[in-house]
Design a protein around this ligand. Structure first.
Ligand SMILES: [Zn+2]
Ligand SMILES: [Zn+2]
Length: 130
């Protein structure tokens, strides 16, 4: 049984959606540092303590281990709890967190475990440019 995280700290991604007559809660946890296993990796912080959003790598706050942005993000796992909008099935899915560009929209697609139809979680809005 997947447990919906109560605290978004430690999460890379979290969304809660209504899709048609269905419902989806999806999240991806930040990855643990593969070097020291003591902390979750995140975007590095600058000297002012602010997270450097545009950094091209992720860093372990404990040991300073770095991982390329692409490599880090491709290794994330999405956990999904859903009610299928097509058949009403209540299920769970664990899939690689890979968003595909479908009709110009970043989409995380998974398949209902009962009826086999694809369910799309699309990006809600453009992320603000900083
Ligand atoms: Zn580390
Ligand atoms: Zn279904």
């Amino acid at each position: 049984m997947l447990k919906v995280p109560e605290d978004i700290n430690g999460l890379f991604y979290f969304t809660r959606r209504t899709i048609g007559g269905g419902r989806v809660i999806a999240w991806a946890k930040k990855r643990e540092c593969p070097s020291c296993h003591k902390a979750l990796m995140g975007k590095p912080r600058g000297k002012d303590g602010k997270v450097m959003i545009r950094a091209k790598y992720y860093e372990c706050p404990e040991c300073g281990f770095r991982m390329d942005k692409k490599e880090y993000e491709e290794g994330l796992t999405a956990e999904i709890v859903y009610t299928c909008p097509y058949c009403g099935f209540e299920g769970e899915a664990v899939i690689p967190f890979r968003r595909k560009n479908i009709k110009g929209v970043q989409t995380l697609r998974f398949v209902c475990g009962k009826c086999g139809r694809p369910i799309d979680i699309t990006k809600k809005m453009k992320e603000p440019k900083k």
